[in-house]
Design a protein around this ligand. Structure first.
Ligand code: GUN
Length: 281
């Protein structure tokens, strides 16, 4: 079984991006800039944002974090986004989710200029991705896609099963696999026989947030299994895949932690650089 090392893959991607940033700096005499807006004091969000900032600095991006208290008015955030949209030194804008209840998430996402939307959450980018046009691609599915391609460069005709239909992961993951000519099944909480669906799959991407849902006898020999889950349990952090069982069957599997997570942040940096390059055209 191949244990897919997301930490190593992310470090390799960051090294490539660092070189690319150095090249862009000498060509344009400026570097891509990433601005993250963090609202409130949720610990996981703070950790994510700190890691994003650290990685951005490591590859040579200009990085800024704007923090607001939980009580900030929606209007203040929307005004700040407007200001960042017209700031030439800002290539990418990310508003860390989740947001406090009194702030309308969709309004915030739609306020970001689609050409600076490094999350790929703006409806314009969602639409462009599903139509096969150039767009920002959500970081987690992009990270999963790059890991899958490392194991199997030619995905044409493969059967892929995506477990979970979220806008963040499941739906964009489906689009990426379709683009590679996979036959894709999206499954979710109302799917009648999830095990039977998974048993058909050459590739499984589990992104539902249910601890250890995908079991060893759900997985065909030689399947590639990507675990997007990060679930807190009494036994620590576990994924959506039963690691011990599935590792006995699958051809390749991502661990949790150390699989998809590190790739998500590296892909955010990649998206920031892509936004910068498109802005210089
Ligand atoms: N919170 C958890 N994951 C993400 C993500 O990919 N983007 C943003 N903006 N917030 C998140």
């Amino acid at each position: 079984m191949i244990l897919i090392d997301g930490k190593k893959a992310a470090a390799e991607l960051r090294a490539e991006l660092k070189e690319e940033v150095a090249g862009l700096k000498s060509k344009h005499n400026k570097v891509p800039g990433l601005t993250v807006i963090l609202i409130g004091d949720l610990t996981p969000s703070q950790i994510y944002v700190r890691n994003k900032e650290k990685s951005a600095n490591e590859v040579g991006l200009k990085s800024e974090v704007i923090k607001y208290p939980d009580s900030v008015e929606e209007k203040t955030v929307l005004e700040k986004i407007k200001e960042l949209n017209s700031d030439e030194t800002v290539s990418g804008i990310l508003v860390q989710l989740p947001l406090p209840k009194h702030i309308d998430k969709q309004k915030v996402i739609e306020a970001i200029n689609p050409s600076k939307d490094v999350d790929g959450f703006h409806p314009m980018n969602v639409g462009n991705l599903s139509s096969g046009y150039e767009s920002s691609i959500p970081c987690t599915p992009l990270g999963c896609y790059l890991l899958i391609k490392k194991i199997e460069p030619n995905l044409s005709g493969k059967k892929a099963v995506v477990v979970g239909r979220s806008n963040l992961n499941g739906k964009p993951m489906t689009q990426l696999l379709l683009k590679e000519n996979c036959t894709v099944t999206i499954t979710h909480s109302k799917t009648k026989d999830l095990k039977a669906e998974c048993l058909e799959a050459d590739i499984i991407v589990a992104a539902v947030g249910i601890p250890e849902l995908v079991r060893g006898d759900w997985v065909k020999k030689d399947a590639i299994v990507i675990d997007v889950g990060i679930n807190k349990t009494d036994n620590g952090i576990v994924g959506d895949v039963h690691f011990d069982e599935v590792s006995k069957n699958a051809k390749a599997l991502t661990p949790v932690p150390g699989g998809v997570g590190p790739m998500t942040i590296a892909c955010l940096l990649k998206n920031t650089i892509e936004c910068f390059k498109r802005s210089q055209k």
